[in-house]
Design a binder for this molecule. Structure first.
Ligand code: AMP
Length: 113
């Protein structure tokens, strides 16, 4: 999508601190980290939010979780971590391209605000 900030990162039009990339997904560091480790994992294809996950793109979502588990291990998050996706206005979503936050490196509080 032309004006989507994460699509621009996928296309290399704006920089990102990339941690992992393949044909389907990209993992990069969040620009405003909320934890010592704060990554974002996105499908390269534009999907607006978790509300648009369906049978046609569920494989992509599976790849997100597989690779986040690998990266979490590689980054030493053996004590645990959190994967979260914010969906829509009430969910606190600010970027309209499906993304999963990986947070770790400190004790995380639940429930969040
Ligand atoms: P959400 O509020 O769940 O939609 O999350 C969007 C996240 O994207 C926020 O944590 C932002 O800090 C992050 N973000 C926005 N722009 C960028 C960028 N150019 N590079 C990395 N992270 C970004």
């Amino acid at each position: 999508m032309t004006d989507c900030i994460f699509c621009k990162i996928v296309r290399g039009e704006i920089p990102a601190d990339k941690v992992y990339e393949d044909e389907y997904i990209l993992i990069f560091r969040d620009i405003q980290p909320a934890a010592p480790t704060h990554l974002l994992c996105i499908p390269k294809a534009h999907i607006a939010s978790a509300a648009e996950i369906d049978d046609g793109n569920v494989d992509l979502v599976g790849r997100v979780f597989v690779q986040l588990a690998v990266v979490a291990k590689d980054l030493g998050l053996g004590r645990g971590f959190r994967i979260v996706t914010n969906c829509g206005e009430d969910g606190g979503q600010t970027v309209g391209h499906l993304h999963f936050h990986l947070l770790g490196g400190r004790q995380l509080i639940w429930p969040p605000g």
